[in-house]
Design a protein around this ligand. Structure first.
Ligand code: MV4
Length: 501
């Protein structure tokens, strides 16, 4: 039985994992870089170890340092979160060798799914639909041209070691094949040290729909339905929702079965995600598998009512899943907005810095997974994700209205954020109607980048400034208003009294 978990991560996900540990009576251990001494995950944990300088390749990515901290703290298990070492086969193996439980799949599953050509082959064997194309690396150009003639243009050239769009090339004309293959190869070689590339038929304007799965060590595997992740910018997800507005019960059931088959094909253990690209006719194809807990997991947790981190821990404890496929259902609707410290008006440049003020959204149906606090300085070394705003309501329409309410209430001063941009997405008619695909942001760029009316922003700043000057006045026992016996708070909340300030 796991009694202590080391969380090999930082930011919101480290705290997210520790929350579940705390509920399970499990001690949590934080690791942190020198840039993260004042990070909230360090405060939240029961104990914490510094693992080196700020750059992640000298701290969060150094296997030896993480293992050393685990041994020093006598942790039974390591949760890798997402990013960093979460999909590192060597790390999964090393934990095993050191007698520490890795809260994730085997190195075999990570390796098989990490190599996209091997993954495609494995999926074909398991009768999971893959995009028409090759299942061997392209050896010579003549062969490539032959294959492409058979599949038909346009095609995608993709790097086997890639994923997430790296090394990917679209080929529309036969004379462009050579240039695409060689540039894809050299990009893959430079990025991954592996220049194997393969060919896929191009799916025009696809949806990205992924299925959450859970598999235990006793042969049980279930899916927890889909997440629609088509609102992306440069292969970075911006908004996710579940259920997908384009899904039908029949396709959902079929895709769910294929997702389970995909996981079983690699003897999967733990929480994982099967990504599909889906065309407008709901033809779907396996794209890749993410062998980790994902950023967007909370929307599934809310709608299916399962704590995925607790399930991960129970699975590593060798407990059989006590969730049954037929007992699971999707309850209402959930949307997640990723809040980044970035400037949408300046090409989404990261905008790290000091949080001078933060008011987090609260209220019915709102979950806020974050880690920053007033006075915290977001370091420049890591992903600029500030938090995730997850909103639930019985229907999609109400969820969008509630998201707008929560985005309205969310005030951050000190760094530029994606909040105004997200707010505008909620107003795009095709988003409201649930009629969008992976081209959504590109197609609506002009509307989305139109600056928010300054009046609302100024109103926010003015009201916050007024509030703080008021607080200062009460600190000095100088009541600024004639209260006539009424509660100061009640009076302050009224416009009339404000005018008398
Ligand atoms: C594709 C595709 C169209 N056809 N493959 C982008 C990232 C990587 N995960 C795979 N990607 C795509 N692969 C074929 N055969 C279009 C994309 C794609 C995309 C996929 C999912 C989410 C957003 C996307 C944005 C642009 C292109």
């Amino acid at each position: 039985m796991i009694k202590k978990v080391l969380v090999a991560n930082r930011g919101e996900i480290a705290i997210r994992v520790m929350r579940s540990c705390r509920e399970m009576g499990i001690q949590s251990v934080a690791v942190f870089s020198e840039a993260d001494r004042t990070s909230m995950h360090v405060r939240y944990a029961d104990e914490a170890y510094c693992i080196g300088p700020a750059p992640s390749n000298e701290s969060y990515l150094v296997i030896d340092k993480i293992i050393e901290a685990a041994k020093e703290s006598k942790a039974d298990a390591i949760h890798p979160g997402y990013g960093f070492l979460s999909e590192n086969a060597e790390f999964s193996d090393r934990c095993k060798k050191e007698g520490i439980l890795f809260i994730g799949p085997s190195s075999y599953a990570i390796k098989t799914m990490g190599d996209k050509i091997t993954a495609r082959k494995t999926m074909q064997h398991a009768n999971v639909p893959v995009v028409p194309g090759t299942t061997e690396p392209i050896k010579d150009l003549d062969k490539a041209v032959q294959v492409i003639r058979k599949i038909g243009l346009p095609v995608m050239i993709k790097a086997s070691a890639g994923g997430g769009g790296k090394g990917m090339r679209l080929v529309a004309k036969e004379e462009d094949i050579l240039a695409a293959v060689s540039s894809s190869k050299s990009e893959a070689k430079a990025a991954f040290g592996d220049d194997s590339v393969y060919i896929e038929k191009y799916i025009n304007s696809p949806h990205h729909i992924e299925f959450q799965i859970l598999a235990d060590n006793h042969g049980n595997c279930i899916h927890l339905f889909e997440r629609e992740c088509s609102v992306q910018r440069r292969h970075q997800k911006v908004i996710e929702e579940t259920p997908s507005p384009i899904m039908t019960p029949e396709v959902r059931e079929e895709m769910g079965k294929h997702a389970v088959a995909a996981a079983k094909a690699v003897n999967y253990s733990g929480a994982g995600t099967i990504e599909f690209i889906v065309d407008d006719n709901l033809n779907y194809y396996f794209l890749e598998m993410n062998t980790r807990l994902q950023v967007e997991h909370p929307i599934t947790e809310r709608v299916v009512q399962v704590d995925l981190v607790k399930e991960q821990i129970k699975i590593v404890n060798n407990e059989p899943l006590n969730l049954k496929q037929e007992d699971l259902s999707q309850n209402g609707h959930a949307i997640e907005c990723r809040i980044y410290a970035e400037d949408p008006e300046n090409n989404f440049m990261p905008n790290p810095g000091l949080i001078k003020h933060i008011t987090e959204p609260l209220g019915l149906g709102v979950r806020h997974d974050g880690y920053v606090y007033k006075g915290y300085e977001i370091p420049m070394y890591y992903d600029p994700l500030i938090s995730k705003l997850i909103v639930w309501a019985p229907t999609r329409e109400e969820t969008i209205d509630r998201m707008k309410r929560a985005l309205y209430a969310y005030k951050i001063i000190g760094v530029k954020t994606s909040i105004p941009f997200l707010n505008r997405i909620m107003d795009v008619p095709s988003f409201r109607q649930g009629r969008y695909n992976t081209h959504f942001i590109q197609d609506n760029e002009e509307f989305l980048l139109n600056e928010e009316k300054p009046s609302q922003k100024l109103k926010d700043i003015a009201s916050i400034a007024a509030f703080f000057s008021y607080l200062k006045k009460i600190e000095k026992h100088q009541s600024p208003v004639n209260l006539n016996g009424a509660s100061k708070w009640k009076v302050f909340g009224r416009k009339k009294s404000l005018e008398r300030l």
